[in-house]
Write a protein that binds this ligand. Structure first.
Ligand SMILES: Nc1ncnc2c1ncn2[C@@H]1O[C@H](COP(=O)(O)OP(=O)(O)OP(=O)(O)O)[C@@H](O)[C@H]1O
Ligand SMILES: [Mg+2]
Length: 499
């Protein structure tokens, strides 16, 4: 007896046992019925008490073959028998019998027999199975990948999305790999460390963590992971479960967005600077023309002392230089007239190289040409395009400081119908902090007087006006590569002359 009870408590307990709508018998170890509740008595005669249960309930002379009492006596533990009533004509076949011991000290003094409604139990079991199947379906058809593993790392759940992202079949994942194969290197341990820490969404939880998963073929897949620890009713860790999705599309889109933003910003900057440059150039053009004209007039019409002529010649030279800069500015702002004609890019490049290669700066520079055999024409202004290649090649020569290799390659990218040109050098490359600025007007890293910083911005402007693009790639110490693309001219007539 666990507790001392008052008489009224005992009376309530007795009432409760009688009110209980299942049959309850108390039976001695030698099968004598010691007591029975009201429900048990209702289905039988009142003189149950004192008789053997097999005789009183089943009309048998011997104890039933499936009697749970023997097992309870032997093990000292409760027992559930589904089949006990099955051969009985007196009892409903669907009943089962639950039997458990009543101890006096450490000896079993009697047994409680309690019948159960099997269909009700069965129903519960079916509902449990159904709900398990529903949960399984839910996990398997989830959009997110789901992987659960036990504390040793063995994989317990691996759904279809996980199959798709990581390339393992479910069977393979459950039997042949562990969670350590899913998160390469120290990944699995790192996830566990964070799960156990306060700092990442609370102990036992991890939210939106970016980590690499490893595909069956070895590829690393960037994923975003939500994970948690699964505890049992006693608070023991039984599993970890992770929900994750592939971030590759997300990363690609983000990159594209960033590129577009950079291009937009660049285009905007170029447009406003272009306008400003054009305005300033126009303002300067007229007074410069006046200075040049009147200086020439003075020099022609007056008999000037030699020194004055020398000074005026300086004035004239400087004014001419200023006019040249204005011209460049106007070109940069595309205020000069463009003459668009069908052009062969290979020819333009060859002409540019021919002009440059005899200059002293190119003497120790090896120029490697890999020009496509025949290229479809593009529509362009020969002089401006000449300017483009001249600027890029001169920049390359500057970077090589007279020594190294300059490579020029052209080809036709048929799938996008564009002419591609790559110009690379084996120079020192462009540092990461310089690279984003090289197309900006007046941006130069060269010492004062050596570079105006207008070269590449002009290149950019000219290519843009030809419907083309340019980008630079450079890894520190590994040289620089400029990739240019220009659209192939639409509907070229056969008889149209190129050049
Ligand atoms: N091939 C290259 N290797 C290394 N750096 C380069 C290369 N091409 C360009 N650059 C960098 O880009 C900057 C801008 O080039 P850009 O041609 O616009 O101006 P610049 O050459 O300095 O002057 P200029 O107006 O006389 O051409 C250069 O100052 C240099 O720092
Ligand atoms: Mg330059």
């Amino acid at each position: 007896m666990v507790a001392d009870r008052t008489e009224s408590e005992k009376a309530y307990l007795l009432d409760a046992i009688d009110a209980f709508n299942r049959r309850i018998f108390i039976v001695s170890p030698d099968y004598k019925i010691l007591a029975a509740n009201d429900t048990a008595i209702q289905g039988n005669s009142r003189d149950l008490v004192g008789r053997s249960c097999h005789e009183a309930l089943f009309g048998r002379k011997q104890p039933c073959a499936t009697c749970p009492a023997d097992e309870v006596m032997r093990t000292g533990k409760s027992s559930l028998r589904y089949d006990h009533w099955n051969d009985s004509r007196d009892f409903d076949e669907t009943m089962c019998l639950f039997s458990y011991p009543i101890y006096k000290g450490d000896k079993v003094e009697a047994l409680v027999m309690l019948d159960f409604d099997l269909p009700a139990l069965k129903n519960m079991e079916e509902k449990r199975l159904q709900s398990n199947a529903f949960l399984r379906n839910l996990l398997h058809s989830a959009v997110d990948a789901v992987i659960a593993s036990d504390p040793s790392g063995r994989i317990l759940i691996f759904n279809e999305a996980a199959e798709q992202i990581l390339g393992y079949a479910v069977e393979e994942a459950l039997n042949e790999i562990t969670i350590r194969d899913v998160y390469p290197g120290d990944g699995a341990r790192e996830v566990m460390r964070m799960l156990l820490s306060e700092a990442y969404g609370g102990v036992g939880k991890l939210k939106g963590y970016h980590i690499n998963g490893q595909h069956k073929n070895g590829d690393l897949i960037p994923i975003s992971l939500n994970a948690s620890i699964v505890y049992d009713a006693n608070g023991n860790k039984v599993a970890t479960i992770g929900f994750f999705h592939d971030r590759r599309d997300e990363i690609r889109m983000q990159k594209e967005l960033e590129n577009t933003q950079v291009q937009l910003l660049q285009a905007e900057k170029m447009a406003s600077l272009g306008k400003m440059a054009a305005g300033v150039a126009h303002q300067l053009n007229n007074p410069l023309g006046g200075i040049i004209l009147y200086t020439k007039l003075v020099m022609d019409e007056y008999d000037l002392p030699e020194e004055a002529t020398a000074d005026l010649t300086r004035v004239l030279e400087d004014a001419e230089r200023a006019k040249e800069t204005v011209k460049e500015l106007l070109e940069f702002a595309r205020q000069t007239d463009q003459e668009m004609k069908p052009q062969d890019i290979n020819e333009i490049i060859s002409r540019t190289i021919f002009l440059l290669e005899n200059q002293s700066i190119f003497h120790n520079i090896k120029i490697e040409k890999a020009l496509a055999e025949s290229l479809p024409p593009i529509s362009g202004d020969a002089q401006q395009l000449n300017h483009v290649f001249m600027n890029i090649i001169l920049n390359g020569a500057d970077a090589l400081e007279g020594n190294g290799v300059l490579s020029i390659k052209t080809w036709h990218a048929a799938e996008k119908n564009r002419i591609c040109i790559e110009i690379s050098d084996t120079g020192p490359g462009i540092p990461d902090d310089v690279l984003p600025h090289i197309f900006e007007p007046f941006y130069t890293t060269k010492e004062q007087g050596k570079g105006t910083g207008l070269g590449l911005s002009m290149v950019y402007g000219i290519l843009e006006s030809h419907g083309g693009t340019i980008r630079a790639e450079s890894k520190g110490g590994e040289g620089t590569l400029f990739h240019i693309e220009l659209p192939v001219m639409e509907q070229t007539r056969k008889d149209e002359k190129i050049g």
